[in-house]
Design a protein around this ligand. Structure first.
Ligand SMILES: [Zn+2]
Length: 80
């Protein structure tokens, strides 16, 4: 579950077709998982990065807001 950085709305990658938030998931590099969701209300992407039990530590996650233009490029890159 990813929350919008700007408005705090819950961004569901499997949400209604009307919202159609592009989702980039499954980008696994080591123990790092990133998920990208687009908030239609704020017109920004929110990238959630999760590091899972790195070196025995607890999972940490942080969220990064990405302007639509940059996020679109990233989506295009990955779906290309
Ligand atoms: Zn939002």
């Amino acid at each position: 579950m990813v929350r919008c950085c700007a408005c705090g709305a819950i961004l569901d990658p499997d949400g209604t077709e009307k919202a159609r938030p592009p989702s980039i998931s499954g980008s696994v590099m080591g123990d790092e998982i990133t998920e990208t969701c687009y908030c239609v209300a704020c017109r920004v992407y929110t990238i959630e990065v999760v590091r899972d039990r790195f070196l025995g530590e607890e999972s940490v996650s942080y969220h990064v807001p990405v302007p639509k233009e940059r996020g679109d490029r990233q989506v295009a890159l990955i779906s290309a």
